[in-house]
Design a protein around this ligand. Structure first.
Ligand code: HEC
Length: 475
């Protein structure tokens, strides 16, 4: 029997929910709105002397004949909308635009709950499925990888790597490197050589301590590979390590994910909280890197011949990328990147290109202070998709299994703050649909399409590995 449950909700462009990270209604931008716009448009944007700002379709000029920026600068004096030219900077006007988007979506969310759980069965994207807990009691799990139908390795941020077989969780693998568990750092990504187990390398990324500089502890993303037998790590080789002088203070933005293609390993390093370094080719942070599988630098990397440039750099201007995967049909390298408030991105990465952070962004600072009014600039790439408000976009994976055939080659995307799983439908390199498959499931750190066809989610704070198993499908 087929059930038709009207709780599927496909959002054509953009969606999000939680406000833990976005802090909607807080910060400088909120004060700015309340002090100069609310008197006419209402504290909740529902209108007053001026119209409601919640319904963009009802706007007469903005988005049709004029940009938000130009409209707010010029005003419409005849109709009673003042001109803000000179009173507001361009970045401030841009942050107001982001703020209005945030509130529009938050209000839409409150007015229409997305997906209802019905007897533990969810429905979205054309399927009904249940969510099964496979592993529980994990400590801040970060990344999962499979070596057989339902078995693989999982990392815990505090520094443990564990093997699991079905629902059985092994003890921590002995002898893996010690991690610098600071802030967002710790043991991060795990991946297997594409020919595993024939070529039995296991790759790990983690934040490594660089000791102290001027009395302050510093660290940086590091990549190693090793072999595991009898639950023991051995034959370790360093794949990437930044020199000590390039280690940074603070626990922010380490990246890091892996993707393998044609004998290369791609990996990401976040900007480490120093945003301007994302544009600096002499620094490894805020970049995607490409090396051979054994760590050698490819001689045809885009910046190998540029003086002072870090030779492993593949792309730059990347804020904090925590998702990487190769499109199974086209071979393109897709990336997810934590933006600031309102600027989470999905990109397709091409060697040598600049992805803009922090010169261009769709977001603003978490406290609502503007970063820039610029969302585009010649010579900088546009995202394929972005979220305002941010979902705190994390692990991504192209679905390659058979259990949800309609989802084949679509991109699964996890959200931390939003606690959501999204499915992006991609056609000819463009994101044409963004469907929320699950929400309120806990912070989704990683997502994996497993060899058994089920979709596994790594739930960070809940400490779980869960999976989606279809129970029915409908047209
Ligand atoms: C003195 C009252 C007043 C203030 C203050 C005010 N507005 Fe308006 N606003 C209006 C009125 C009236 C309209 C409707 C104009 C019309 O009908 O064309 C409007 C329309 C708009 C629109 C819709 C444009 C469209 O295409 O129809 C936007 C967007 C907007 N305002 C943004 C803002 C922002 C942002 C602020 C604060 C920086 C602000 N307004 C402050 C009175 C105000």
């Amino acid at each position: 029997m087929r059930h038709f449950i009207l709780s599927i909700f496909t959002i054509a462009s953009i969606a999000s929910s939680t406000f833990a990270q976005n802090r909607i209604g807080t910060g400088e931008v909120d004060k700015l709105y309340q002090s100069i716009c609310a008197s006419c448009h209402g504290e909740e944007l529902r209108g007053g002397l001026g119209g409601s700002l919640l319904d963009k379709d009802a706007w007469k000029q903005v988005g049709k004949t004029q940009s938000f920026m130009d409209y707010v600068k010029e005003g419409n004096l005849e109709m009673g909308m003042p001109s803000f030219e000179g009173a507001l900077t361009d970045p401030q006007i841009r942050s107001l635009e982001i703020y209005i988007d945030e509130v529009i979506q938050k209000t839409a969310r409150e007015d229409q709950p997305l997906i209802k759980e019905i007897d533990g069965v969810y429905s979205a994207g054309g399927y009904q499925f249940k969510v099964e807990t496979i592993l529980d009691g994990l400590n801040r799990p970060w990344s999962v990888v499979f070596f057989s139908e339902d078995s693989g390795f999982i990392t815990e941020k505090g520094g443990n790597l564990r093997m699991f077989c079905g629902e059985e969780l092994g003890d921590p693998v002995r002898g893996i490197p010690e991690v610098w568990a600071q802030g967002q750092g710790g043991l991060l990504e795990v991946a297997l050589h594409p020919d595993y187990p024939k070529t039995p390398w296991v790759y790990l990324s983690y934040s490594a301590s660089g000791g102290e500089v001027d009395g302050k502890a510093v660290g940086m993303t590091k990549v190693v590979r090793g072999r595991i037998s009898n639950n023991q790590w051995s034959e370790e080789q360093v794949i990437f390590e930044a020199p000590l002088e390039l280690h940074r203070v603070g626990g922010a933005h380490f990246g890091s994910r892996f993707a393998f293609k044609d004998g290369y390993l791609f990996f990401s390093i976040g900007d480490r909280g120093s945003m301007e370094m994302a544009q600096d080719l002499s620094k490894p942070n805020g970049k995607i890197h490409r090396v051979h599988e054994d760590g050698r630098v490819p001689t045809d990397n885009p910046f190998v011949n540029v003086a002072d440039a870090y030779p492993t750099i593949w792309t730059y201007g990347n804020r904090n990328p925590q998702g990487l995967d190769i499109h199974p049909a086209t071979g393109e390298l897709w990336e997810s990147e934590h933006g600031p408030r309102g600027g989470d991105e999905i990109n397709v990465l091409e060697g040598g290109k600049n992805y803009g952070w922090p010169t261009i962004t769709y977001g603003m600072h978490y406290n609502g202070k503007p970063i820039t009014e610029k969302t585009s600039q010649p010579g900088m790439e546009q995202p394929k998709h972005y979220w305002t408000p941010s979902i705190a976009v994390c692990g991504i994976d192209f679905y390659e299994g058979d259990a949800f055939p309609e989802w084949k080659n679509q991109l699964l995307v996890g959200g931390l703050a939003s606690q959501e799983l999204h499915l992006l439908e991609i056609e000819e390199g463009r994101v044409i649909h963004d469907t929320i498959i699950l929400h309120d499931v806990g912070r989704v750190r990683d997502v994996a399409s497993a060899p058994n066809g089920y979709i596994y989610l790594v739930l960070d704070k809940l400490g779980k590995l869960v999976r989606l198993v279809p129970t029915d499908s409908f047209e």
